[in-house]
Ligand binder design. Structure first.
Ligand SMILES: [Zn+2]
Length: 286
């Protein structure tokens, strides 16, 4: 069974040695990983170095995350363009909008402008774009439509409501990417949302080193087939720092929510991610 981690941060110091993390992921079937950079300069450089070390496994993504907007340099957008031109396989990520408590200390108009500029750049260079969205679902929906974004869109660590998910999925280029963050939602909200996503639009991600899979008693009551997961995650050392090797368990949760065999969900999500990140080798590689 092959899995594709559609969003992670392998350059994060909390993860330890890149070689170990990639090898451990591969031992669990996680063959490819989309690694996201969040700010200009050293973070993008670390993502580029990781992709150079494991070119078959790691797809680099470069973007300005809203949490790092306040520290942006005047030339960040030009630097981002140069990185994307220099790395033709790279996607744009991550960027987005955040109105939550961890959102940036900048005016909303500044967030919106940086997000729009990055979407326009992704569209111009025909790159997939990985979007962070916290309490800004309607705004993301409006911007994607207003700017007529048609490149593949990854709604990363998605936790939106069913209605908003359905509205966004009316756009044929939008994909919903699920991580352990989904377990922060009550299962009676999360499970119908997961079921509202057509299999051909679904992706799996770790969001490592964040995005821990934490199943509350309510989740275990809703999906009893997952009863042994908490112990398995503890045994795998996945309770504090999340690693891409978590993906088989994320797959189990999503497959249980969909009442589908894990193999079917794995096959579909792997093919979807290969299409989005243009890693199938047959077409779209520039
Ligand atoms: Zn991220």
């Amino acid at each position: 069974m092959q899995l594709f981690d559609a969003h992670c941060h392998l350059q994060d110091e909390r993860l330890g040695t890149l070689q170990d993390v990639v090898q451990e992921a591969a031992s669990k079937g996680v063959q490819q990983l989309a690694c996201n950079g969040c700010w200009a300069g050293d973070d993008w450089a670390r993502v580029a170095a990781a992709a150079a070390e494991h070119p078959a496994a790691i797809v680099p993504n470069f973007g300005l995350h809203p949490w790092w907007l306040a520290q942006r340099s005047p030339g960040w957008l030009q630097q981002l363009r140069e990185m994307l031109v220099a790395y033709p396989r790279a996607g744009l990520g991550e960027c987005g909008l955040d109105r939550g408590p961890r959102g940036p200390a900048v005016e909303w108009a500044v967030q919106l402008e940086a997000f729009e500029q990055q979407l326009q750049l992704a569209q111009e260079l025909l790159r997939p774009v990985s979007i962070h969205c916290v309490k800004a679902y309607g705004a993301v929906n409006d911007v994607l439509r207003r700017l007529n974004i048609t490149v593949p869109v990854v709604l990363h660590s998605w936790t939106g409501a069913v209605e908003m998910t359905t509205t966004l999925l009316q756009l044929p280029n939008v994909h919903v990417s699920l991580s352990g963050h989904i377990t922060k939602l009550a299962p009676h909200k999360a499970v119908p949302m997961i079921r509202a996503v057509p299999l051909e639009r679904l992706l799996l991600e770790s969001d490592s080193p964040d995005g821990l899979l934490q199943l509350s008693p309510a989740w275990l009551a809703e999906l009893p087939s997952l009863r042994s997961l908490p112990q398995q995650l503890a045994d795998a050392g996945l309770l504090e720092v999340n690693r891409p090797c978590v993906l088989p368990w994320t797959l189990q949760l999503v497959a249980a929510a969909l009442c589908k065999p894990a193999e079917e969900v794995a096959g579909a999500t792997y093919a979807n991610a290969q299409r989005v990140f243009r890693t199938s080798g047959s077409s779209g590689m520039t």
